[in-house]
Ligand binder design. Structure first.
Ligand code: BES
Ligand code: ZN
Length: 463
C-alpha cells in the first residue's frame, strides 16, 4: 500500500488538473441543448479510463443519456466491486451568483469550485484516481472492479433500471459502492446507511380562458396565482406536518435506538441555523432536526411561476399559474403511491374558481441498507485509514433512486461511501469540493479495494 499511497501523494497537481477538464464539460442532463455535452463527458470518461489502464470501456446506449462502463477483472478468485456514480450535473443557474464561472473549475483556499465538483464528478474521480494508483504501480488491483457512470441521476435515473435489467450479467458483482453522498461534517468521516426517496410533481392551475386586464376583471375572477399559493400554503399545518391525506400511513417510525444514536451525533441547531443565515429553523413538531432531515417525509415547493415577471409593471390577471412540488420520502413509503395521494389531495383542495392539472415528473424509492455487511465493515476500516478517524453512521436526506433498483434487480446492497460536505452548495451556485476530502477520499477508496476481499472471506470480522 505504501507505494500506492505515495503515488497518490506525488500526483496531487495532475489529479486536480485532470478533474478540472472533466468539470469544464457542461453535462447538464435536464437541458436538451446540452445533449452533445453529455456525450462529450461520456467520451472524456471513456478515454480517461483507457488511459489509467481500465479495460473493456464501452459507451452503452439507454433510452436517454448513455452509460459509461469499464472493468478490470484480473484478480482471479477475488470478489468484484461495482462502482456506480453519475457524470451529469444540475443546471448552473443562477449563473450571476457564481464567483468564478461554473464550468471553469477554480481553486480558492482549500476548495475546488465548479458545477459537479462535489456532486458527483469529483467523487467519481476519487475512484478513478485510486484505480489509477494501483494500475500504474504493479498493474493490478486487489479485487475485480466494474464501473458504471450514468448520465441521468439528476433527472431521476429514468432509464437506468431498464438498463440494469438488460445487463444483469455484465453488472454482476459482490458489492456496490457509491460515492455520491456526504460526510457528517468536515473531519468527520461517515458511512451513510439510508437515503430518502422522492415524488416530484408539477401542478398547473387555470382560471379564466385567457390573460385579463387586472383592472377590468380584478374583483370578479379568482387569480390563479392566488388560488395556487393558497393551496400550497395549506399543504402544511401549523405543526409543520404535511396535510396530504394518507401521507404518513406507511412511514416507518424511528426506533428508540435510532433516535438515541442520532442524539449522540455532534450536532448543534444553533450553529446549523447560523450557517444558513437563519434566525430560526422550521420543521415538523416533535422531531429533532436530524430526525426531520433523515427519517421524516417532507414537502417542498421547488419553483413557482405565472403572470408577468419581466421588467417594469404589467397589470395583468393571468390565466395560469404553475408550481413544482416535490416530496422526500422515507421507508416504507412508495413514490408511486404518494404521487397518487398528492394528485388526489391537490384536486380535492382546488376551489371551484379554478381547474388544476397535476403531472408526476419522476420519483425514486427511499433506501435503507444493512450496516453489518462485509461491504460496510470494510468501509469503516477504509475510512479510518484514509482519514485517521473512526467514521460515524448517518442517514441522508437526499436521494439516489438507483440504490433500491440495484437491490431489486441485482440483489446487491449498496455501500454509500460519500466524501462531500453538507455545505458544499450542491445544486446551488458556487458548488465546491474540499480538497482534503478529495485526497482523503482517494486514499480511503484505495484502502477499500484492498480491505474488502479480507472482509469478504471472513464475513463480518470482529475486532
Ligand atoms: N448526490 C445527490 C444525492 C444526495 C444528496 C445524497 C444529499 C446525499 C445527500 C444526488 O446527485 C442528487 O441530488 N439526487 C437527486 C435525485 C433526484 C433527482 C431523484 C436529489 O436528491 O434531489
Ligand atoms: Zn449526485
Amino acid at each position: 500500500m505504501e507505494k500506492i499511497l505515495s503515488y497518490i501523494e506525488s500526483n496531487h497537481e495532475r489529479y486536480l488538473s485532470e478533474l478540472k477538464e472533466l468539470l469544464a464539460i457542461p453535462s447538464v442532463s435536464s437541458q436538451t441543448e446540452r445533449k452533445p455535452e453529455m456525450r462529450r463527458a461520456a467520451e472524456w470518461l471513456k478515454n480517461h479510463m483507457t488511459n489509467i489502464g481500465l479495460q473493456n470501456m464501452q459507451i452503452l446506449e439507454t433510452g436517454g443519456h448513455p452509460v459509461v462502463y469499464a472493468d478490470w477483472l484480473g484478480a482471479a478468485g477475488k470478489p468484484t466491486i461495482l462502482v456506480y456514480g453519475h457524470y451529469d450535473v444540475q443546471p448552473e443557474d443562477p449563473v450571476d451568483l457564481w464567483k468564478t464561472p461554473p464550468f471553469e473549475a477554480t481553486i480558492r483556499g482549500e476548495n475546488l469550485y465548479g458545477r459537479g465538483a462535489s456532486d458527483d464528478k469529483g467523487q467519481i474521480f476519487i475512484h478513478l484516481k485510486a484505480i489509477e494508483a494501483f494500475l500504474k504501480n504493479g498493474g493490478a488491483l486487489p479485487m475485480n472492479i466494474k464501473i458504471i457512470f450514468e448520465g441521468e441521476e439528476e433527472i431521476g435515473s429514468e432509464n437506468l433500471a431498464k438498463f440494469i435489467s438488460e445487463h444483469k450479467e455484465l453488472l454482476k458483482a459482490d458489492v456496490i459502492v457509491i460515492s455520491d453522498s456526504g460526510m457528517f461534517a468536515k473531519g468527520v468521516p461517515s458511512v451513510t446507511y439510508a437515503l430518502r426517496g422522492l415524488a416530484y410533481m408539477e401542478v398547473e392551475v387555470t382560471g379564466p380562458n385567457g390573460d385579463l386586464h387586472s383592472g377590468s376583471f380584478g374583483g370578479s375572477v379568482h387569480n390563479p396565482i392566488q388560488a395556487l399559493t393558497e393551496m400550497i400554503a395549506s399543504l402544511h399545518d401549523k405543526n409543520g406536518r404535511i396535510t396530504v391525506k394518507g401521507m404518513y400511513d406507511d412511514v416507518r417510525p424511528l426506533t428508540k435506538a435510532e433516535r438515541a444514536a442520532f442524539k449522540e451525533l455532534p450536532w448543534s441547531d444553533k450553529k446549523y441555523a447560523k450557517s444558513l443565515g437563519l434566525k430560526q429553523l422550521y420543521g415538523e413538531k416533535g422531531f429533532t432536526t436530524l430526525e426531520r432531515l433523515w427519517a421524516r417525509p417532507t414537502l417542498e415547493c421547488n419553483g413557482i411561476w405565472g403572470g408577468y415577471t419581466g421588467e417594469g409593471a404589467k397589470t395583468v390577471l393571468p390565466a395560469k399559474a404553475f408550481a413544482k412540488i416535490s416530496m422526500r420520502l422515507v421507508p416504507d413509503q412508495s413514490s408511486e403511491k404518494i404521487a397518487k395521494l398528492f394528485e388526489k389531495h391537490f384536486k380535492a383542495i382546488a376551489p371551484k374558481t379554478v381547474s388544476v392539472h397535476v403531472r408526476n415528473l419522476h420519483g425514486g424509492e427511499p433506501a435503507i441498507t444493512p450496516v453489518d455487511s462485509p461491504g460496510v465493515q470494510a468501509a469503516v476500516v477504509a475510512l479510518e485509514k484514509g482519514f485517521g478517524k473512526k467514521p460515524l453512521y448517518q442517514r441522508e436526506g437526499g436521494s439516489i433512486p438507483i440504490v433500491v433498483d440495484f437491490k431489486k434487480l441485482l440483489g446487491i446492497d449498496s455501500v454509500l461511501l460519500g466524501f462531500g460536505l453538507p455545505d458544499e452548495n450542491a445544486h446551488a451556485p458556487n458548488e465546491f469540493l474540499n480538497l482534503d476530502n478529495f485526497f482523503g477520499g482517494i486514499k480511503t477508496v484505495a484502502h477499500y479495494y484492498k480491505e474488502f476481499p479480507n472482509f469478504w472471506k471472513t464475513g463480518n470480522r470482529k475486532k
